[in-house]
Design a protein around this ligand. Structure first.
Ligand code: NDP
Length: 434
């Protein structure tokens, strides 16, 4: 059984699945509508809904058009081709609960650079104008909502009839299987890893592509790009560049190594990332706030610093694990706990837990700079409207829940060793507070 399945009760799973199915799709559409057609004002959209009720929502819900499907199909096919065809170093993922070791091709940076160069090239040479994407955004989100749901049904059926590895199986409940997923590493053929595609090459890549799209749209409408939009776009691009630079490291995090490919993670990456994660930029398109050079630079530098610290936390942990603790952490030999655990196949293995550096401040300190980075690329929108800050609030809730989920999982994996770690590093996220 997937470890993720054990951390939430069936009742909570039903509740979160029902919420995802019933609340998230209209939320994505309402957020897009508010940003693009209601001046970013939640109260304007609220008044509209109060006046027109459910029919009002149906009226503003864009139907997926041929253009929307074409944009999605071209983008997905391009990204899939890059994932399959670009050369890259062979990278081994962490040992799975069933004792398998998935192998990946690390070609994320090349795919990222080629995607942005191609997109900007198409615009520059007048072959495809990115404003088409912005102008059809509602239809694209609508198509993604529907298409991703169908894709998740495919994942469920594939997990049942043709799993790619022994890291798969049912927990005996169809709804939980569909929601949390059947397979840990589903693949098409031997080489095409579906989670790398959904999470990295479709989801995270769309973040960069849409950030550039919003910038170009503002330029085409106003003839210039406001400094607020520049700060937002640069910070988002630095963040996504960092992600692809570290992509092989991502393959050993919870999303890939513990969460199975189901509705929760795949629908989230295919729909929620392109729509919600990019939303501060979507807001700025028709709110060209001018910050002034000095303030813009302060925000930019603070944002880059947070992205760097977040990167360094992940790097420190991975370097420590890779060298088996034989590295320097903040200039000194690291302090550690040797934690043993038993795999599902009954083997006893050891893991090292770092208790110094960033990982000695709190057990999930890396979430602090993650949340602050999001704050810094949102704050150029200033405080006239609440909606641009939705992503920061959502991320804070997500990461606090994730920290709990991860702690629960590690407690059941490492038992008494995790207890020793918690005694040594007592705070979960914010040192001295929580
Ligand atoms: P990680 O999976 O990278 O880290 C947690 C894991 O690391 C644990 O499950 C455990 O795994 C291991 N571990 C825990 N404590 C220690 C320690 N002291 N020393 C060594 N290993 C330890 O975390 P996340 O996947 O949550 O985060 C990865 C990155 O992704 C972060 O930068 C985060 O901010 C970002 N992120 C962004 C999100 C977004 O939506 N923007 C959402 C989630 C994450 P093991 O079983 O191997 O021991």
């Amino acid at each position: 059984m997937a470890e993720s399945k054990t951390v939430h009760s069936p009742l909570l799973t039903y509740f979160s699945m029902l919420s995802l199915l019933t609340l998230c799709p209209p939320f994505v559409i309402l957020l897009w509508y508010t940003m693009v057609h209601a001046d970013g004002s939640v109260s304007q959209t609220f008044d509209y809904l109060k006046q027109h009720g459910l029919q009002g929502l149906i009226d503003i819900w864009p139907r997926p058009t041929a253009t929307a499907w074409k944009v999605i199909a071209c983008y997905a096919a391009f990204e899939a081709a890059l994932q399959l065809l670009l050369p890259g170093k062979r990278v081994e993922g962490p040992i799975s609960p069933m004792g398998n070791r998935p192998v990946y091709k690390a070609n994320g940076v090349a795919a990222y650079v080629l995607t942005l160069v191609t997109y900007l090239g198409l615009w520059w040479f007048g072959i495809f104008n990115p404003t088409v994407v912005y102008d059809h955004l509602g239809e694209i989100f609508s198509a993604l909502i529907f298409g991703s749901f169908v894709f998740c049904i495919f994942l469920y059926i594939k997990g049942r009839v043709a799993p790619s590895s022994t890291d798969s199986g049912s927990c005996g409940n169809v709804i939980i299987d569909f929601y949390w997923g059947m397979e840990l590493y589903p693949r098409i053929g031997k080489h095409f890893d579906i989670k790398v595609f959904t999470n990295c090459r479709f989801g995270m890549m769309s973040w960069a592509v849409l950030a550039v799209t919003y910038c170009i749209k503002q330029y085409e409408v106003n003839g210039r790009v406001a400094d607020s939009m520049l700060v937002n776009t640069v910070l988002m691009l630095v963040y996504v560049s960092k992600f692809f630079w570290w992509e092989a490291g991502y393959w050993s995090t919870m999303d890939i190594a513990h969460d199975r490919a189901g509705f929760y993670i795949c629908w989230g990456c295919l729909v929620w990332v392109p729509s919600i994660y990019t939303s501060p930029g979507m807001y700025l398109v028709n709110h060209p706030v001018n910050l002034g050079t000095q303030l813009a630079l302060y925000i930019l530098v603070a944002g880059i610093l947070c992205i760097y610290i977040n990167y360094d936390c992940d790097r420190q942990r991975q370097e420590f694990r890779r060298t088996n603790g034989k590295c320097l952490v903040w200039g000194k030999a690291p302090t550690k706990i040797v934690a043993s655990y038993t795999t599902t196949s009954g083997e006893t293995k050891n893991s090292l837990l770092l208790t110094s550096g960033w990982w000695g401040l709190s057990r999930h300190f890396h979430y602090v700079p993650e949340i602050l980075s999001a704050f810094f690329w949102t704050v150029p929108a200033l405080f006239n409207h609440f909606l641009p800050f939705f992503y920061v609030i959502f991320l804070t809730i997500l990461l606090f829940d994730r920290a709990k989920r991860d702690d629960d999982r590690c407690r059941s994996k490492y038992g008494k060793y995790w207890k020793v770690y918690c005694e040594k590093v007592p705070y979960r996220i914010i040192p001295g507070i929580y």
